[in-house]
Structure formats: structure tokens, C-alpha cells
Ligand binder design. Structure first.
Ligand code: UGA
Length: 441
């Protein structure tokens, strides 16, 4: 099938590659000429494990090409809209300008019977409006949210844990005939994952849009729940990692997303819960989501608490102290620094008078653009040279595997703050380190 992918960021670039891997003929479109140039050469414009291999494999097949010309989507039957919906400046609401521009552009090129599949995360109600906008063209809108995780994006796109189609429905809530035809076309696009047994949920626009923000809100709530428990642990001398292990054995709770520490960041969870609250307010049901305010506050408090911990191990002041921050990306296996807890804490400490050196295996370039005033080092050992305190802020495998004896050779003071609860406290203490962590004695 001929498909187009509009917007080639973390979501769209992977989606385009994955669609080509599934055997479709794909054109990816983006306004960013540098990104398109890289993708056209088969290079990934950002760090995502498996993406270079996916691009190499699919580019060689001749089924995948990239362009800045939207008109080249003409002739495709299915168009995936994968543009970003960042948080608006000074507001909780989502900025839909990229989505609106994409749909206005699409209108000139779609034909009757085409399917436009919306993948961007949007406030509920957006699909209804965009569906009306498309209607005169004879194309049909399906809301098809995406659940990929950065760092696992290729695997999550090729083997999703579920597919969701939000179809246009009539007054009785039944899919319209155009909706049913659109479903059949999307079933062809996703024939391989569907044949592998991936569950498919077919629903209406409103539900499909809500599924995405509900899922991210649940994940954010789970993380903030365990971080709230970490605050209790700190007040009582309990250990939040043992607590998480113990409650996580209950299959109704589950251990995943119960890692206490610096909290959640990135381009999705923080802005999605805020946009969800803003939308609930517009719908007159803000009370239903007032708990997300608390989820957000707990999350942001962890950053403040981490700076305080660093201050405590520096005998009450970080002014003039050397701090090594291990990690700049919002999570390991990503170079994404959007709303990164690691960088936010690094910048806070710098603003409060510390000399901060940040390192990261992949995200230094992005971090440097975001915070040019910070100092950057290539490796953990370089960053930690002469440090008064080391902060593990992003749990990259190489930081989890750090040898306390080796690191002790380069620091000024053997003090470590484990912002992600991934080190073995006993091993570090045995090596003479002062070990502090969030929610652990
Ligand atoms: C998230 C969702 O997990 C995806 O399902 C969704 O598709 C995506 O947002 C999106 O909306 O596009 P992602 O932003 O890649 O994916 O990152 P997550 O793996 O969810 O991690 C988010 C943050 O939570 C990271 O900063 C991570 O360090 C933190 N986290 C995660 C914790 O602090 N504790 C945990 O136990 C788990």
C-alpha cells in the first residue's frame, strides 16, 4: 500500500521506517530540511536504538523516501499525521498549530476514499473538528493513537501491545460506512501485526483520543504514587525500592513504572497530563482530573528534593562546589532532553552557585543547545574529576555499572546521590562512599 507520514520526529521517522518494513511504499514529509536530508541518506536524525538499522534496511528496499514537499503525498491512500503537539507557552493546553497546518496542507492532496490516520496526541474533541474539515475532500479521518516509548520505538511500532482505531460514528454510535471502509484499509496497513495477534480496539473518535491521554496519565500517576511513597519513606527511614518490590508482586499492582527517583520528564508525560487538565477544564469536568495536579506537584518536588540532597551531602551549601551530573537525557537510551529531570536539576544547581559538569552517552549535543551555560564532559570519569558530589540522574546502563573504586580515584569527595535508585548502596558504602538516594535510608 502507498502511505505517507507527515511529521518525521521521534514518532514519524520510526513510523515511516516501520511501515516500509511492513512492506508498504512510504513517503515521509517534514518541514525540517536538515532532518529530511539525514533521513534521505538513511541516517537517523536523533538517537533511537534500532532506527539506523531499520532505515538502512528499508531505504535499500527502495520503498522508503523522504521529502520536504507535501505535494509528494499525492497518490498515497493512507496518510499518517505524526506532528508534535507541545505545551503552549505560559499555558497548560496543547499547541495544535502543527496539527492544524498539517491538515490544511493535506486537504489539497487527498482524494475521496483516502484515509487520514491521526497519531499526534491531541485534546479530546480535536478529531471531531478535523474530521469535519476533511469531509468535503471525501477522505476519512481515523484516530489511531500511538503508544511507542522512546528507546523502544522500533519494537513498539512493529509489535505494538495494542492498536486503537477511532472511527467516525453516526448518531447511534455505529461506525459510518466511510468509517468501516477506512477500517478495512487500516487493517491492510497493519495486516502483519494483526496477524500476529495484536489486540485491536475499534471505537469512536472521543474514546480513541482519550485512550492515549488516559494511558499516559495512568503511567504518570503510578510514578508519582511511588514517589509520594518515597517521601513517606524518607520521613520514616523505610526503603522505597523494597516497598515497590513488595507491592509490585501483587499482579493487580505490578512492578513496572514503580521506580522511585527523580520522576518523569520527556516530551510526553508532563505536557500530556497538563493538556488533559486544561481540556477537562474546558469541558467543565476539571474536578475529575484535579488529582493530576498533585501528580505533577509530586513529580516536580522530586527535582527540588534532589538538589536538597546534594546540598546535604555538601554540608549545607553547594555554592562553589563541583557537582558531576551523570545523565542529561530524560531517560536512558534516548538523546531527548525535553523537560529532562536530569538537566533541570543540573541547571538548578548551577543557578544556585555550584560548578556543574554534565555528561551523557548520547544527549550532550541537545543538552548543550538547551543549557549552554553548563559544562559538559564526554565520560563519567571526566565529569567526576575533582567532584564534591556525583549525581546519577539518568540510569544509563554504563552508569549503573560504575565501579565505586574506580570513580573514587577521580573525585575530591566520595559522595554520591543516586537519583534513580539503581546503585547498590552497600557496595558504594563499602568502598567508602557517602551514598544518598531518594526514598532510601
Ligand atoms: C511515554 C509512554 O510510556 C508511551 O507509552 C507513550 O507512547 C509516549 O509517552 C508518548 O506519549 O508518546 P516516553 O515518553 O518515551 O513514553 O517515556 P516513558 O518510558 O514513559 O518514561 C517517562 C518518564 O518517566 C522518564 O523520565 C522516566 O525516567 C520516568 N520513569 C519511568 C520513572 O521515573 N519511573 C518509572 O518507574 C518509569
Amino acid at each position: 500500500m502507498r502511505v505517507s507520514v507527515i511529521g518525521c520526529g521521534y514518532l514519524g521517522a520510526v513510523h515511516a521506517g516501520a511501515m516500509a518494513a511492513l512492506g508498504h511504499e512510504v513517503v515521509g514529509v517534514d518541514v525540517d530540511a536538515a532532518k529530511i536530508a539525514a533521513l534521505s541518506e538513511g541516517r537517523a536524525p536523533f538517537f533511537e536504538p534500532g532506527l539506523p538499522e531499520l532505515l538502512a534496511q528499508t531505504s535499500a528496499s527502495g520503498r522508503l523516501r523522504f521529502t520536504t514537499e507535501l505535494s509528494e503525498i499525492a497518490g498515497c491512500q493512507v496518510h499518517f499525521v505524526c506532528v508534535g503537539t507541545p505545551q503552549k507557552r505560559n499555558e497548560f493546553a496543547a499547541d495544535l498549530s502543527f496539527v492544524d497546518t498539517a491538515f490544511e496542507g493535506l486537504l489539497a492532496h487527498v482524494r475521496p476514499g483516502d484515509v487520514v490516520a491521526g497519531k499526534s496526541t491531541v485534546p479530546v474533541g480535536t478529531a471531531e473538528r478535523l474530521g469535519d474539515l476533511l469531509a468535503p475532500s471525501g477522505a476519512t479521518l481515523v484516530w489511531n493513537p500511538e503508544f511507542l516509548r522512546e528507546g523502544f520505538a522500533v519494537q513498539d511500532t512493529l509489535h505494538p501491545d495494542r492498536l486503537v482505531y477511532g472511527l467516525p460514528t453516526d448518531d447511534a454510535g455505529v461506525a459510518t460506512s466511510a468509517g468501516s471502509a477506512a477500517k478495512a484499509l487500516l487493517d491492510e496497513v497493519y495486516a502483519t501485526p494483526l496477524s500476529e495477534g495484536v489486540p485491536l480496539v475499534v471505537t469512536d473518535y472521543a474514546t480513541a483520543q482519550l485512550v492515549k491521554v488516559a494511558a499516559n496519565s495512568f503511567l504518570a500517576t503510578k510514578i508519582s504514587f511511588i514517589n509520594a511513597m518515597a517521601e513517606l519513606c524518607e520521613a520514616t527511614g523505610a526503603d522505597v525500592t523494597a516497598l515497590a518490590d513488595a507491592i509490585g508482586h501483587d499482579v493487580r499492582i505490578g512492578r513496572k513504572f514503580l521506580n522511585a527517583g527523580l520522576g518523569f520528564g520527556g516530551g510526553c508525560l508532563p505536557k500530556d497530563i497538563r493538556a488533559f487538565m486544561a481540556r477537562a477544564g474546558e469541558l467543565g469536568v476539571d474536578q475529575a482530573l484535579s488529582f493530576l495536579r498533585e501528580v505533577d506537584s509530586i513529580n516536580m518536588r522530586r527535582r527540588v528534593r534532589t538538589v536538597d540532597l546534594a546540598r546535604e551531602v555538601c554540608a549545607g551549601s553547594i555554592v562553589g562546589r563541583r557537582v558531576a551530573v551523570l545523565g542529561a537525557a530524560f531517560k536512558p537510551d534516548s538523546d531527548d532532553v525535553r523537560d529532562s529531570p536530569a538537566l533541570s536539576v543540573a541547571a538548578q544547581m548551577q543557578l544556585q552557585g555550584a560548578h556543574v559538569t554534565v555528561t551523557d552517552p548520547q544527549a550532550i549535543g541537545n543538552a548543550q543547545r538547551a543549557w549552554p551555560d553548563l559544562t559538559f564532559a564526554e565520560t563519567a570519569l571526566e565529569a567526576a574529576a575533582g567532584a564534591d558530589v556525583v549525581l546519577l540522574a539518568t540510569e544509563w546502563a554504563e552508569y549503573r555499572a560504575l565501579d565505586p573504586e574506580e570513580l573514587a580515584q577521580v573525585v575530591r569527595t566520595k559522595a554520591i546521590v543516586d537519583g534513580r535508585n539503581v546503585l547498590d548502596p552497600a557496595a558504594w558504602r563499602r568502598a567508602g562512599w557517602t551514598y544518598r538516594a531518594l526514598g532510601r535510608p
